[in-house]
Design a protein around this ligand. Structure first.
Ligand SMILES: [Zn+2]
Length: 451
């Protein structure tokens, strides 16, 4: 009888479901060139067990999706009838995932953490705690909240000795569980900032000293761990068995476009804005550090895009042109040095669809943060989420170079942008000085008149 209950529990309890394998699942890419193609791709999930890696957007934007082996025959027949453009990106997705090597971090041995491997959440957290022990004078590690599975959400605060300005940068990673390269890059960037005092790169040194740094390498630790233990393609958090897409749950145009209200869809936005522990924690964290917050950078994968607010509209709003000029400079820099091509613009301009409840959009609108960018890191679909280990370091190096060119403190464009950003303050300062001059003249008149 006990055995019966145990088996029932293991079979039906959501947290103890069998490990999902993707053996002989295939990653396809379709490119819709007319409305009928687009309708075909939009209706795929009604007919097949499909997992979108890049969902349908506008015409000519590639759509990447994984199909179960049992569905392939029927799908290919339909694709032929609709005459859609189709290619196979990865024939056996599980095989590609099996190639992604996961290493263990050895406690109190910082050198055993590198950017040739992926790590489980506890290893990343232990590395962060060891960093704090190594640099107690300028690294602080704090938990900004607790997840549904009772994990802390760790944030790292770095202020290097001799920092010049009070401007802040917040770096977000790992909001989407399966996008493993995001936490890799955020931890790499943290290491680069900490190593900057002994670096030969004077630009890095300057930039590291220019800002106060805040890193949240894995905003969705439950989901991230779940991709290691149960389902490599999990995207959401682990609130109930269905989870919520945290990057659709922020209070910006919540639930208006590009989301699903169905619990089991990958883009389920939740019952209301900030319904999730992780998004609440992040909103409080950003609010606490919103004074002098100049940059909010979020790292996702994949697609090689720098996405500017706002995601819910096709319009170019507020200082879009200014930030687009910065993104262009960073994209040109990466292309020239590494031959990695990035596109930049709004979500609609780059990935071809509008969406809502996005973290960066909420941050920009709520706190008037001037420079907000969401990176879709490499690649462009050759491996997608199954990015191999040997791509981790090159991706981190080139992305860091691009980010440094965005943050560059001493170029003309930077001075111009800072001036532009502070325009209002300058105006207020001028008015104040004008009033001071008038007051001085009045005093002088009174003194002379009644002397
Ligand atoms: Zn993402």
């Amino acid at each position: 009888m006990c055995l019966f209950y145990l088996i029932s529990f293991l079979l039906f309890h959501p947290n103890y479901c069998a490990i999902k394998k993707y053996t002989n699942y295939t990653l396809y890419r379709g490119v819709p060139v007319n409305k009928s193609h687009l309708n075909f791709f939009n209706s795929l999930s009604e007919m097949f067990d499909v997992n979108f890696w890049t969902p349908p957007g506008s015409l000519y934007k590639p759509i990447d999706f994984v199909l179960a082996p049992g569905d392939k025959k029927a799908f290919l027949k339909m694709a032929e009838e609709y005459d859609v453009y189709l290619s196979t990106l990865i024939a056996d997705v599980q095989r590609a995932f099996d190639m992604q090597r996961v290493k263990s971090y050895i406690r109190r041995n910082l050198g055993s953490f590198d950017w040739n491997d992926f790590y489980r959440i506890n290893d990343i957290y232990n590395w962060l705690k060891d960093l704090k022990d190594k640099y107690p004078e300028f690294v602080k590690v704090e938990s900004i909240g607790t997840t549904y599975e009772k994990r802390p959400i760790l944030a790292v605060h770095v202020t290097l000795p001799g920092s010049k300005l009070r401007s802040k940068v917040i770096v977000e990673g790992g909001i989407h569980a399966r996008e493993w390269i995001g936490p890799c890059f955020v931890t790499y960037m943290l290491q680069q900032i900490l190593d900057s005092p002994k670096s030969n790169n004077s630009n890095l040194k300057d930039i590291a000293l220019t800002y106060e740094w805040f890193f949240v390498p894995v905003l969705n630790p439950d989901g991230y761990e779940y991709t290691h233990t149960n389902n490599r393609l999990w995207r959401k958090n682990r609130n109930n068995e269905y989870g919520v897409d945290l990057n659709r749950n922020f209070d910006h145009a919540f639930g208006t476009v590009g989301v699903s209200f169905s619990h089991y869809e990958d883009t389920y936005c939740g019952a209301k804005a900030f319904s999730e522990k992780e998004t609440i924690a992040m909103s409080h964290f950003v609010r606490n550090h919103s004074k002098h917050l100049e940059y909010y950078l979020a790292f996702h994968s994949y697609g090689q895009a720098m996405i500017l607010p706002y995601a819910n509209t096709r319009a170019h709003m507020e200082n879009f042109d200014t930030v687009a000029a910065m993104a262009k400079q960073a994209a040109d820099h990466i292309a020239l040095r590494y031959n990695t091509r990035y596109v930049y613009g709004t979500a609609y301009d780059t990935v071809g669809y509008v969406t809502s409840g996005v973290s960066g959009c909420w941050v920009k609108e709520t706190f008037s943060v001037p420079y907000v960018l969401t990176f879709e890191l490499p690649d462009r679909g050759q491996y997608g989420f199954a990015l191999p280990n040997e791509k981790i370091t090159p991706t981190c190096i080139e992305t860091m170079d691009g980010v440094l060119s965005l943050l560059k403190p001493r170029t003309k464009i930077y001075d111009k942008l800072r001036h532009e950003h502070r325009g209002l303050d300058d105006g207020q300062r001028t008015k104040f000085l004008d009033k001071l001059v008038i007051l001085f003249n009045v005093c002088l008149f009174v003194i002379v008149r009644f002397d």
